[in-house]
Design a protein around this ligand. Sequence first.
Ligand code: 13P
Ligand code: SF4
Length: 639
Amino acid sequence: MEARSASEREALLRAAAPLIELALAEDIGTGDVTTETTLSPESQVHGYIVAKASGIIAGLPVAEMVFRYVASTVRFIARVGEGEEVSPGTLIAEVTGPAHAVLAAERTALNFLQRMSGVATLTRCFVDAVACTATTILDTRKTIPGWRALDKYAVRMGGGANHRMGLYDMILIKDNHVAAAGGIRLAIERARAAHPHLPIEVEVRNLEELQEALAITPPVDRILLDNMSVEQMRQAVSIAAGRVPLEASGGITLGRAVEIAETGVDYISVGALTHSAAALDISMELATAHRPPTPSERSTRIAEIKARLGRQVLILAHHYQRDEIIAHADVIGDSLELARQAARSDAAVIVFCGVHFMAETSAILARPGQDVVMPDPAAGCYLANTATLDAVQSAWERLAEVFGDAERVFTPVTYINSSAALKAFCGCHGGLVCTSSNAARVLHAALEQRERVFFFPDQHLGRNTARRMGIAPEEILLWSRGHPPSAEAIRKAKVVLWPGACNVHQRFRPQDVLAVRRQFPDVRILVHPECKQEVVALADDTGSTRHIIEQVQAAAPGTRWAIGTEARLVQRLQRQHPEQQIMLLSEAPPFCRTMGQTTAEKLLQLLEALARGERPHRITVDQEIAHWARIALERMLAL
Ligand code: 13P
Ligand code: SF4
């Protein structure tokens, strides 16, 4: 990300500079009369910028610029990254410097940070809501006057994409233009003749206008479906049949976004992202005698307790964990490796720093008497949560209706990112578990056993693996929860995919690959198989977390990489391999929110409790479920 994020930061600060000047002038005016009269000019302060609510951070470079604008001696240290999720109490940044400057700049800096983080947070809500579909969330021009670049930057940090920046960089033909020009065709012809290199989008209000717009040759770049009903949009998707990308627009709310995305539209533009985002609650507290421990004090305390607990406690951390956790881990690994290490260890307590399904897997494989605990047991996995036992069971029943007996025809295969109940479902129906490292081997074995596979919950891992094995697209069926497929479609399918997806990996888009390649023709693009097939198809290599790490470790110095996986891992690889040019594949760093829920503070609390002889946040699995889930896991391990 180095070069790209540096230029993005520069562009942001160029746009922010005049706004900062204006904002400081309106706030400070002729001087901060309160601070100037109550505090000596020599006094120094140390402030903690802390989140008061959960959300996505955007605008730290702008906040820093505000402080440094007032006094260049202020030191600003960001403690989280742009695009990173925070929860109440998360330390966002520390500010040190002359009291007069820090206090005079505080409100303005927070105003920028709160507003931009609010936009990023609302954007992420929309992006997450449609993560199981292929739809991209776009912003609009409904931005605060003068703030266009900042608002649009915040949308990117939230994981959304930008629509046109202004009236100058894209042609968008609306009904007024059509009426004035005398028809869609004429309007397009004129615009195209005047600006042959600009993309053209045309707005349609009904299906007749859509047909008219689709008939234009060469085709326009995008068609905007203005204020259509969900049913009309579904018909529009079927009429367009992929010939021109479609954008849904008009009155989009969070509640409607999912059903609109499920119609198959390519884009949804949401004015609310920038016109209705509430500021994220963030405040600055000055250091006092009762200040919270600093990150380094907390780290020292964790190390002390850990040393005291000795070999009875083993701390495991997944590669996507925060650095403050990785620093204390006995073992760092991917999900399977961690579960295996746990079972091999003779520690009485396994402290699992990862997400819930991983700790559950570890608890299933643990030796008798071993306890698995999590610093935050509420850290789930978005992907795992897309498939519940009930929903999978009802799909299984539908398969049984078509074939008489689903188990005779289908091997159920669950990705390890799933609940213990789904692993048990596979165990007791002759199926097994897979990971991103062994998905092809598992799918082969499953298809040798029975003629078809029912794969859940990640549609992308399933599709990418099946395609690599040479299974034709017509033989791959994506399940739909709302509209179960017809018997005919089911009979044609060799692989039935659950419509789940990871909201982190799903965010990489083919445009990201194309943009990086344009800028760096020598780049090697390496992506995780939880990414969409269109992204995998354009990448140079695809593989599991372990594969990604191994490729980077083995590469020659100077190799340039764009990596499509979780941001904390990629940022760590950047630091560990300064001899290589490593960047993230997307502009906005794709952090796994739930992996970030485990903080040093929670780890410290857990270790303190263990030192008192308590066993909080123990992960337990019902015996019957654990029995069948273990069978499904052992079938995988035996391959
Ligand atoms: P690993 O199995 O490679 O650890 O990946 C788990 C995961 O959650 C990827 O997003
Ligand atoms: Fe789950 Fe995706 Fe996070 Fe992995 S990155 S733990 S699949 S949400």
